[in-house]
Ligand binder design. Structure first.
Ligand code: SAH
Ligand code: TYD
Ligand code: ZN
Length: 405
C-alpha cells in the first residue's frame, strides 16, 4: 500500500507502466544504456482524492544544470505566457511597487514580460542552464528549489509577494506541504498564489495518458486542489480551464476568508463529481485506452515499415518517453525523432535510444509518415511544416486514438 503525499491516506493504484527511464534525460550514443529507472505507477488517494505517482524520483535527478526543456520553444506558449503576464499586471500587480515571484520560471518566458513592464520580480528555478538563459534576458532568478526555507529567505531579502505564480511546476513537486508553508511565509496579506497544470479531467476525456511521467507527480482536479489548499489555511477561489498542453486548469488560491470564491469553483467540482473523476472505476478505464492505443500504434508502425515506408517521430517530448517505452517502440520501428531543442539534438530518446535530429533536417528528405509526439502543439507544427503534407507526407496522432491525418 502506498501513502498519500498530501494526507497520508491510502493510495490505490489504477495503472502501472512498469520500469521507466527519466523522461527528460537525453544520453549521447557513447553513454551506457544503464540509465536510472523507476517504477511509473499512478493511483488515487481514497481519502483526499489526489491522483499521484506511487514512486517519487529524487528531485536533483530531474532538475539540474542540464535540464533540457525550454519553455520558449513554442510560439503559442510564448503568446500564452505573455498574455498571462499582461493579465497579472492588469489585475494583481497594480499596487505600489508590486512584487511577483514565479516558481519554475525556466528560461524566463513569463517573467520577461513582467520585467519589461518594470515590475519587481524574482524567478525561483533550480535548473541552472535555463535559469542562466533567463538572466541573459535581464530576468532576476534565484537558482534554487522553491520550498519553505527558500521562501523565508526571499521574504527576508525582498519582502512579501503580491503574486506567486507557477506553470507546469506545482504538479512536479511531491512536497506540497513545504510549498504551501513557503507560500504562506512569502505571500502578502490579500495576495494570490496562482498555478496552472495539466487537468485530470482532460487527460481522462482525451486519453492523453502520456501526461503521466516522472515529472508529473500529481494530476490535479479542482476538488483535490481545493482539499490540499484547505489543509494549509488557504482556499481555492477561482478556476479557469486553459486550452494549452492538451487542457489545463489555472487555480487561484488565497488565504482562507480573504476573497469570495467564484461560482466557477463549485461548478467545476460538481462537473468532476458527475464525471466520476474521484472514482477508481473511472480511472481504471483509462488503462484500457492506454493498452489499446499502444497496441494500435505499434501495429500501424509495423505495417508501414513492412510495406517499406519511412516513418519518423516529431517532437522529443517528455510525454513521448512514456509512449515509446511502454509500447516498446525502438529505432527498428521509428529510426529517428526530429526536434528543435539544442540540448536534445544529437542525443538519444530516453530508454528507447531513438536518435534525435534537428527539425531543420526534417525535409532532407521527408519521411512518408511522422508520429506527432508534440500533439499539444499540433496547430503550430502543422502550419510550420505544411510542406511535409503538401508533398504527400502523412501525420500520425495517437490521442485520443491512433489516427492518420
Ligand atoms: N513554467 C515553465 C516551466 C515548466 S517545466 C513552463 O510552464 O513552461 C518545470 C520547471 O520547474 C523546470 O524548469 C524545473 O527546473 C522547475 N522546478 C522543479 N521543481 C521546482 C521547485 N521545487 N521550485 C522551483 N522550480 C522547480
Ligand atoms: P512539450 O510538449 O511542450 O513538453 P513535454 O516535453 O513536457 O512533453 O515539448 C515540446 C517538444 O517539441 C520540445 O522538445 C520542442 C519540440 N517542438 C518542436 O520540435 N517543434 C515545434 O514547432 C514545437 C512547438 C515544439
Ligand atoms: Zn490523500
Amino acid at each position: 500500500m502506498s501513502k498519500c503525499r498530501v494526507c497520508e491516506g491510502e493510495v490505490r493504484k489504477f495503472f502501472d507502466f512498469g520500469k521507466q527511464p527519466l523522461s527528460d534525460t537525453f544520453l549521447t550514443e557513447q553513454e551506457s544504456g544503464e540509465a536510472y529507472h523507476f517504477r511509473l505507477a499512478v493511483g488515487l488517494c481514497t481519502r483526499c482524492t489526489m491522483v499521484q505517482l506511487l514512486e517519487e524520483v529524487p528531485r536533483d535527478r530531474m532538475f539540474h544544470h542540464d535540464y533540457p526543456y525550454h519553455s520558449s520553444g513554442s510560439r503559442r506558449m510564448r503568446e500564452h505566457f505573455a498574455q498571462t503576464a499582461r493579465d497579472l499586471l492588469a489585475t494583481e500587480l497594480t499596487g505600489e511597487d508590486p512584487f511577483c515571484v514565479e516558481i519554475g520560471s525556466n528560461d524566463g518566458v513569463m517573467l520577461g514580460v513582467i520585467k519589461d513592464a518594470g515590475v519587481r520580480h524574482l524567478g525561483v528555478e533550480p535548473s541552472g542552464g535555463v535559469a542562466e538563459l533567463a538572466r541573459k534576458d535581464g530576468v532576476r532568478v534565484r537558482t534554487d528549489f522553491f520550498e519553505e526555507t527558500t521562501a523565508r529567505l526571499i521574504a527576508g531579502e525582498d519582502g512579501p509577494a503580491d503574486v506567486i505564480y507557477a506553470a507546469n511546476t506545482i504538479c512536479h513537486i511531491p512536497y506540497l506541504d513545504s510549498i504551501f508553508r513557503g507560500v504562506d511565509a512569502l505571500l502578502r496579506p490579500g495576495g494570490v498564489f496562482v498555478f496552472e497544470d495539466p487537468y485530470l479531467g482532460d487527460i481522462v476525456e482525451r486519453n492523453t495518458f502520456d501526461q503521466i511521467y516522472d515529472e508529473h507527480f500529481f494530476l490535479f482536479t479542482a476538488r483535490s486542489v481545493r482539499g490540499v489548499a484547505h489543509r494549509f489555511g488557504f482556499e481555492l477561489v477561482d478556476v479557469h480551464r486553459l486550452p494549452v498542453h492538451g487542457g489545463e486548469v489555472r487555480y487561484t488560491i488565497a488565504r482562507r476568508g480573504e476573497r469570495a470564491p467564484s461560482p466557477a469553483v463549485p461548478a467545476l467540482i460538481a462537473e468532476e463529481t458527475s464525471r466520476g473523476l474521484a472514482e477508481l472505476g473511472t480511472l481504471e478505464k483509462l488503462g484500457d485506452g492506454i493498452d489499446r492505443i499502444c497496441a494500435d500504434l505499434v501495429a500501424l508502425l509495423r505495417d508501414l515499415r513492412g510495406r517499406g515506408l519511412s516513418v519518423a517521430g516529431y517532437g522529443a517530448t517528455a510525454k513521448s518517453a512514456t509512449v515509446t517505452n511502454y509500447a516498446g517502440i525502438g529505432p527498428d520501428l521509428l529510426p529517428c525523432v526530429y526536434d528543435t531543442t539544442p540540448a536534445k539534438i544529437g542525443r538519444l530518446m530516453p530508454g528507447s535510444r531513438i536518435p534525435i535530429r534537428s527539425a531543420e533536417e526534417f525535409g532532407r528528405p521527408y519521411p512518408d509518415y511522422a508520429v506527432l509526439f508534440a500533439w499539444n502543439h499540433t496547430e503550430e507544427i502543422l502550419a510550420k511544416e505544411e510542406e511535409f503534407a503538401a508533398q504527400g507526407g502523412r501525420w500520425i496522432v495517437y490521442v485520443p486514438e491512433v489516427r492518420v491525418l
